[in-house]
Design a binder for this molecule. Sequence first.
Ligand SMILES: Nc1nc2c(ncn2[C@@H]2O[C@H](COP(=O)(O)OP(=O)(O)O)[C@@H](O)[C@H]2O)c(=O)[nH]1
Ligand SMILES: [Mg+2]
Length: 168
Amino acid sequence: MKTYKIVVTGPFNAGKTTLIKTLCGKILESDRRLLVETVKQTTTVALDFGILEIDGQRVRIFGTPGQRRFFFMWRVLAKGMDGYILMVDSQDPRSLLDAAFVYDYFRRNFPGVPHVIAANKADGGNMIPEKVMRYSLKAPPEIPIIPTIALNRESAVNLLKTLLEMIE
Ligand SMILES: Nc1nc2c(ncn2[C@@H]2O[C@H](COP(=O)(O)OP(=O)(O)O)[C@@H](O)[C@H]2O)c(=O)[nH]1
Ligand SMILES: [Mg+2]
């Protein structure tokens, strides 16, 4: 059986842990309580890990921590990856700068690795327009920006399948 290593990255609160839970069901997670109360009470500090089978292929998924102070983990997790997903909260324009920082890091350090951008929380009313997202992230035209609902299995699977097709 063919096995893929996929990394899910992006800023704090974008929906990375949610996506991996939706795809894999049970996952190993490392969320810890935040010392300060923000939009959510816990955050991923080391990694998320889940595994699933899709169309006869095995996919191992690693989620990175979002906060910059844990960014030394990014390189560790990215080693040997076949592709990655950049998760962006399409309802939160303030997170675009952080998303651009993460994306820039990945493109610089892992050039040529296939990837897609998930415009997550597409179930909300006020999505950042695709053009604005592409411009802010400096995403090349050939990189798909896919409206995604990480809470929804069909949407999550569609996102992953799009990426796997780019790898083959
Ligand atoms: N409405 C909506 N909320 C989402 C979606 N995906 C994630 N969330 C919520 O966004 C918050 C952050 O998700 P989480 O997976 O912890 O983000 P992470 O920091 O990137 O791992 C949580 O409250 C999720 O329930 C989505 O597709 N739609
Ligand atoms: Mg997380």
